[in-house]
Design a protein around this ligand. Structure first.
Ligand SMILES: [Zn+2]
Length: 265
């Protein structure tokens, strides 16, 4: 640091100056002093100590680089801090990307599980529907028959049935799923007689059997053999006398009813 030399008279600062006090701008002062010029004034030439201090500060600020350790440390700290911030941001992006991927995978797995459950549910529903359809199907009461007396008046008397002539011992089937509501000997001429109430409320009467295979209260399935045909009771020949009573009410012509249920006799 160059020594600053002052030319002129100096007086104690406590005493007011008679002449004009010159306050030289720091930049001008710096260049003036550096050039070794002497400032002359008619009165006094005095450099305020504060201006000298300002000059020093100015020189330090405009010098070749910052040497203040605190400033350097602060600047270095800022760079380190900035780097750390970038690192943290990068780590955060990695974490977010990982979390996003995990969330996507989790969502995919959940969707797959949901699809699987839905498929299982649909399969179970289809199976139930197949089981119901199987249980509710209608079948022919007897095979190997010939149609004889039909529904209507016969010999002056109502015959509310369809007679199916067949050899004694032919299998007599339940028409669908249902419950046996009567199985026994009829005192009204039906011989060995069986009545079945089906799932839709329809009741079938099957008469003149040689043998019964079911009892009252028994559950039967479509096509199940419930009796063997015969010629018992008031019968003029081996046959199955079939009556159809919708909802357990009055008998209706069997052939149209059977046809409406997919059975063409
Ligand atoms: Zn009959």
């Amino acid at each position: 640091m160059p020594k600053t030399r002052y030319v002129g008279r100096h007086r104690p600062a406590a005493r007011p100056s008679r002449g004009r006090q010159i306050v030289v701008p720091v930049a001008l002062l710096s260049s003036t002093v550096a050039a070794g010029l002497v400032i002359h004034d008619t009165g006094t030439t005095e450099l305020n100590p504060e201006a000298v201090a300002m000059k020093n500060v100015s020189n330090a600020g405009t010098g070749a680089g910052v040497s203040d350790p605190d400033v350097l440390a602060a600047a270095t700290g800022s760079r380190v801090g900035a780097r750390s911030s970038r690192d943290l941001a990068g780590q955060a992006r990695t974490v977010i990307a990982g979390a996003t991927q995990t969330a996507t995978q989790t969502a995919g797995e959940a969707q797959a599980a949901a699809d699987k459950a839905a498929a299982a549910k649909a399969a179970a529903k289809a199976e139930r529907e197949r089981a119901i359809a199987a249980a509710q199907r209608w079948v022919s009461p007897v095979s190997g028959y010939s149609l004889t007396s039909g529904f209507g008046f016969r010999w002056g008397k109502m015959h509310p049935a369809q007679d199916l002539a067949c050899p004694v011992g032919s299998s007599v089937h339940a028409l669908s799923s249902g419950t046996v509501v009567f199985a026994g000997w009829s005192t009204e001429g039906y011989g060995n007689f069986v009545k079945i109430r089906y799932w839709d409320g329809t009741v079938s009467w099957m008469a003149h059997n040689s043998r019964l295979l079911v009892s009252v209260g028994e559950q039967v399935s479509p096509g199940q053999v419930v009796a063997y045909s015969g010629n018992t009771g008031h019968s003029t020949g081996p046959h199955v006398h079939l009556e159809i009573h919708p909802e357990g009410g009055a008998a209706v012509p069997p052939l149209p009813w059977l046809a409406a249920h997919g059975i063409d006799l």
